[in-house]
Design a protein around this ligand. Structure first.
Ligand code: GLY
Ligand code: MN
Ligand code: MN
Length: 456
């Protein structure tokens, strides 16, 4: 962990604020799973992005231009008894020496200290609604100051959305962040390969999930970035299927959407493959259509293109392809206008990716789609979903759910596919599942300069 990187981020944020302002960021609370059992702890992404401080019960306060230190942290006090049970805490000294806070106070003293830090400031940068209990406490501190107005104390008059500033910073990944994302993607790609290699008819979906988790954990990713989806047959048509409880049948496809989290950075990869290792004719036809849509969409990930270009490219390929297969009928133009593909492709082609799997950052500026710039990372994940009994659809297409999802970085002259380590052509997948050695398979394509386009 680079303390300098966190320091640079705080500096950049404070440079965008003014000297009459203060930013307040609480980290995430510990969530109870049941009775005495807690969910594994994960800090708030914005808080961690600016502090690198991993403990719960912490609040960061940034006060640009404050003479006695601009970065103040509230954290848990050292407590030998609690530390015997739950492990060491940085304490106030550690927060200063290891995490470079200018000043650190016990979290239990925040009621006494924080109002004083707000006094005579004009503006408070704060994200409302992310942690509702903390919203209430902040309102309480401000009200306390208001009551002292006759003593000449000035209460901040403006509350400004902090997320807007931080989320724009988070949209552009630094080389430090990309290192973590590349690692998360590499581990996840290896996990998908392992799942393909272990898959056999008659296995349970959760047994494939176990193979994914094995690789994640083995490489130090203690948690997936989101609940893993392992959906075979009709379950592949349920977009957020997480039960993973069915027996996988010979002749079905299985859709896996799973990614590891490394140092609070996510990977998000989907692959779809035949449970028995061989695509049927109908499965192959639809699979190759999804793959063609994905290639077309990835080709649009270029600096200067806009956010929606990959989606538009995927939708065009889908509409033509579904028409060619007889799944849509009518003229291409009318089908596109009516968005007829939505019956089989009901989600969008991707989202920003970073500390959060559905990462932060605006997709539109005013009414215009955002222009892609180097350092932005996004997923490209077209899919087709045809459940059983689909009206007017030939039976051979039923129970086919396919998604192919990669993690893509916008580079100066094109893009880089971070998740290229897991095969996705029919031949590559069948070869891997048949146990053919990687050296005999085609090398994955990671970088493409593509054609640079003018800003739209
Ligand atoms: N894994 C969630 C998604 O693909 O958006
Ligand atoms: Mn996904
Ligand atoms: Mn995704």
């Amino acid at each position: 962990m680079s303390v300098q990187e966190f320091k640079r981020r705080r500096r950049r944020l404070m440079d965008a604020m003014d000297e009459h302002s203060v930013a307040i960021l609480p980290t995430a609370p510990v969530y109870i799973r049941n009775r005495d059992v807690e969910y594994p702890y994960r800090p708030d992404s914005d808080f961690f992005y600016l502090t690198g401080f991993p403990e719960p019960e912490a609040v960061a306060v940034l006060i640009p231009g404050r003479e006695h230190g601009e970065y103040i942290l509230f954290s848990r006090e050292n407590d030998p008894k609690m530390e015997t049970w739950n492990g060491p805490r940085a304490g106030q000294e550690g927060a200063v020496s290891e995490y470079h806070a200018d000043d650190c106070f016990p979290i239990d003293d925040i009621d006494d200290i924080l109002p004083g830090l707000l006094e005579n400031k004009s503006r408070v940068f704060y994200t409302m609604g992310a942690h509702p209990d903390f919203d209430q406490r902040l309102i309480g501190w401000v009200n306390r100051l208001r009551k002292q107005s006759r003593a000449g104390i000035h209460t901040p008059g403006e509350f400004v959305a902090l997320d807007h500033l931080v989320h724009d910073m988070r949209l552009y990944k630094s080389s430090f962040e990309l290192r973590a994302m590349r690692r998360a993607a590499k581990i996840s790609a290896e996990a998908h390969c392992r799942a393909m290699q272990h898959c056999k008819p008659g296995m349970m979906e959760y047994q494939l999930e176990a193979e994914l988790l094995h690789t994640f954990m083995y490489h130090g990713a203690r948690s997936p970035a989101y609940a893993s989806i392992v959906g075979s047959g009709v379950n592949g048509c349920i977009l957020h299927y997480v039960e993973n409880s069915a027996k996988m049948k010979d002749g079905d496809l299985v859709l896996i959407d799973a990614g590891a989290e490394i140092d609070c950075y996510a990977a998000d990869i989907s692959r779809t493959f035949p449970v028995n290792g061989r695509f049927s004719k109908a499965q192959k036809a639809l699979y190759e259509l999804v793959l063609a849509a994905q290639y077309a969409a990835i080709e649009q990930v270029q600096p200067g293109n806009h956010w929606n270009d990959p989606h538009e490219a995927a939708v065009k390929v889908f509409t033509q392809g579904l028409k060619d297969l007889g799944l849509l009928k009518g003229s291409l133009q009318t089908l596109l206008k009516k968005q007829a593909y939505r019956r089989f492709y009901m989600h969008r082609t991707g989202h920003w990716l970073g500390m959060d799997v559905h990462d932060v950052g605006d997709y539109k500026i005013d009414t215009e789609w955002r222009v892609l710039e180097p350092g932005m990372t996004l997923t490209v994940e077209p899919g087709l979903y045809i459940p059983a009994e689909s009206k007017g659809v030939a039976k051979k297409w039923w129970n086919i759910g396919i998604r192919i999802e990669d993690d893509v970085l916008v580079t100066r002259d094109g893009h880089e596919i971070l998740s290229a380590g897991v095969p996705k052509t029919v031949d590559e997948i069948e070869a891997l599942m048949a146990g053919v050695k990687p050296s005999r398979r085609a090398k994955p394509k990671t970088k493409s300069a593509g054609t640079r386009k003018a800003t739209k």
